[in-house]
Write a protein that binds this ligand. Sequence first.
Ligand code: 5AD
Ligand code: SF4
Length: 335
Amino acid sequence: MDVLGRDEIIHYLNGGNDVELFAAADRLREQSFGREVYLRAIVEFSNFCNKKCNYCGLRAPNSNVNRYRLATDTIVESAISAAEAGVRTIVLQSGDDFSYSSAQVEQIISGIKESHDVAVTLSLGDRSAAEYEHWFSCGADRCLLKLETTDPVIYRRIRSGADFHERLELLLSLQDIGYEVGSGIIVGLPDYTVEHLADDLLFLSKLELDMIAAGPFIPHPDTPFYFAEAGNIDLSYRFTALARLLNPFSNIPATSALDSFDSEGRKKGLLRGCNVIMPSVTPVSKRKDYNIYPGKNAVSVDVTDTISRAEKLVYALGFTLSASKGSSRRMNNVE
Ligand code: 5AD
Ligand code: SF4
């Protein structure tokens, strides 16, 4: 397939030729990554959040959440048990919970990096660029900062008055600091159009991201968007397939939101251009409380079981699990 223009992207997003699109995305994934799929283990260490995103179950005003904060030792232990189960990337994720000091985050990063040769990804939200710079110097490797939409007007609406350009500026600072940076969007937010999604694809691709994530919108009953229609899962597959065509070497996860629609969702994602899966290794007793959207973390099994289920999924498709950390291949990095 030649370089895709906006009109062609819109044609594919509208379902113009799914067979051709998915086959081309699968071929390109194979060319870039062979049979290898990367596992990223997520430790969701706090569900406190000071933000009010209208789509998210963890938003501050939602009083129906059992809020928890894991102690730094527990966070490091969870990461280590995932590393011992063979995972080479640990993602530390929380709501925008600024009660963890910069020194505590440093302690978590060092605790993990000192015990295992793994990559550490931070998904901590709008902390300052200075803090992120410090954590980079402590050994953190990657950051995940979702834009959720690249339209500033929709951004303000869905993130309750927040400013898109501030978020974008932080993302660009993370790239300047030297992090491998991932971002992404939610497919099918209220008032979206396929034209918005085409622009999201072009915008994200121009950012030359190391990781691009997208999953379907799932209305959460305790949010202002409870009434909205759910995103379309086919549109989400098309979005990630097109993201692959536009970004041959970026890491693209088959998100767990796919499995909330279809028990085969992540499998289908991996057969349509995605090359990463991100199982949760949050302590079982807390997992159901990290309820960003209904169905999230529905399966509560311990770390070893979680990883072996993910492995089975990968092997059943004829893929292998990569033994490397899966640094971005965008720049042809080698480990
Ligand atoms: N539906 C789908 N995805 C969501 N996210 C948050 N809320 C929802 C929802 N209702 C995604 C966002 C966020 C990530 C942790 O989960 O992209 O960054
Ligand atoms: Fe908080 Fe992130 Fe949810 Fe927004 S999307 S309310 S920042 S956890």
